[in-house]
Design a protein around this ligand. Structure first.
Ligand code: C2O
Ligand code: CU
Ligand code: CU
Length: 427
């Protein structure tokens, strides 16, 4: 709803409930319901107010992943909402249209809370002509696809697999938007899927069942310059991709996850050799014609020559630069409105997922080489494969607050909870 001052107001209540996830009555958590939360949607330039109430038996927070907003309302571990408490986050949306999401971020209990079901999508809209040229009928030809894997013990969710695992639970039940064995009826030649890896640990390598190419049109922070044709897209925890799939009348095609390609070592954790279906696409006998735009949104490249600062962060074990998270330590003090280059390296043999709050960054290089097409757009989360070094660039604009930190961390939630996180302030 829009209030008297023209602000878009959302109400979110974190609560416990029971859901049917294909295994009977399962105790789960959700926002405004038993599992997951509503898709929030606001337009660039709009003022947003979210009133969060915590009806859970323990403290939580709500973090707006990918959103550019003041640190005080970022929902990080410094701002717990106690059981029975509430919190109001208000900010003005000022970033390109994108597929963002929200999830809890309390100190040391994020993995469990997300696993139980606390997560939702947050779609930002803008007036770019490309948005209108792409499929944009929500739930019809523009569809959220929140992918999660769960492990069940009887009719209840189990986290037993996290013990003894280096990255956490890898479940054998796939849910899309909380639904087991999902399918989507498609009525037009093009369908846009907003893929979000909302799992706690698993890395997906999305492909179509027959290996056909599809168009990657957007990454974490917005649309690419132009559609990038590919036959796979890999998403580590927290990453998003907007893809457009072309369908032929009457056909059925599965969106699948298959073992990672090439020599990429992350695959060994991706359920070993397995390949599994995510979502069945079922085309109607007649389809509405649709065409993919040739260009999307031209995005200026940030210039490393302008960087005020270069920093290096090595991820290893549960540490970043050999240090675990300390709520009282600030790891980087960044001057407002400056551009910084970060060298982010995985110095170990476990895959990580690198995420920064508040900003969207561009990838300058991967192991010294120009980034591949799928990393050509705005990102806030990166699959940090073993041994790889990513050179990224971001502008830290608008919100100075020397006393309130933003986070950067591994988005494998077990790693995050175990301390693989650092803090920065903008001054
Ligand atoms: Cu999606 Cu710091 O988190
Ligand atoms: Cu975030
Ligand atoms: Cu990690």
């Amino acid at each position: 709803t829009v209030d008297g001052q023209g602000r878009r107001v959302f109400e979110l209540r974190a609560q416990a409930g029971e859901s049917d996830l294909g295994h009977g009555a399962t105790r789960t958590w959700g926002y405004n319901g038993a599992y997951l939360g509503p898709t929030l949607r606001a337009k660039r330039g709009e003022q947003v107010v979210v009133n969060v109430r915590n009806s859970l038996p323990e403290a939580t927070t709500v973090h707006w992943h990918g959103m550019h907003l003041p640190a005080k309302v970022d929902g990080g571990p410094h701002h717990p909402i106690p059981a029975g408490g509430s919190f109001q986050a208000a900010w003005t949306v000022d970033q390109p249209a994108a597929t963002l999401w929200y999830h809890p971020h309390p100190s040391e209990t994020t993995e469990k809370q997300v696993y139980r079901g606390l997560a939702g999508m947050f779609i930002v809209d803008d007036d770019e002509p490309a948005q209108a040229a792409l499929p944009h009928d929500y739930g019809v030809d523009d569809v959220p696809v929140m992918v999660q894997d769960k492990d069940f013990d009887g009719d209840q969710l189990s986290m037993a697999g996290r013990f003894g695992s280096d990255i956490g639970v890898l479940g054998d039940q796939i849910l899309v938007n909380g639904t087991p064995s999902p399918y989507l009826d498609v009525h037009s030649e093009l369908v846009r899927l907003r893929l979000l890896n909302a799992s706690t640990a698993r890395i997906y390598n999305f492909r179509l069942g027959d290996g056909r190419p599809f168009a990657l049109v957007g990454t974490d922070g917005g649309l690419l310059d132009k559609p990038f044709m590919t036959d796979h897209v890999r998403l580590s925890v927290g990453e998003r991709a907007e893809i457009v799939v072309e369908m032929r009348p009457g056909e059925r095609v599965a969106l699948r996850s298959v073992q990672s390609l090439g020599g990429d070592l992350g695959s060994k954790f991706n359920g070993g050799q397995d390949a599994f279906d995510i979502l069945q696409l079922r085309a109607a006998a007649t389809l509405t014609p649709a065409a993919l735009p040739k260009t999307l949104v031209a995005t200026p490249r940030l210039d490393p020559a302008q960087a005020a600062q270069t920093r290096s962060f090595t991820f290893s074990g549960r540490e970043i630069n050999d240090r675990k998270m300390d709520m009282d330590r600030v790891d980087a003090v960044i001057v407002k409105d400056t551009v910084e280059v970060w060298n982010v390296r995985n110095g170990h043999d476990t895959p990580h997922s690198f995420h920064i709050h508040d900003v969207q960054f561009q990838v300058l290089a991967v192991d010294g080489a120009p980034p591949p097409g799928e990393l050509s757009g705005w990102k806030d989360t990166l699959y940090l494969a073993e041994g790889r070094t990513f050179r990224i660039i971001a502008r830290f604009a608008d919100y100075a607050d020397p006393t309130t930190a933003y986070m950067f961390h591994c988005h494998v939630l077990k790693h995050e909870d175990e301390g693989m996180m650092g803090q920065f302030v903008i001054v």
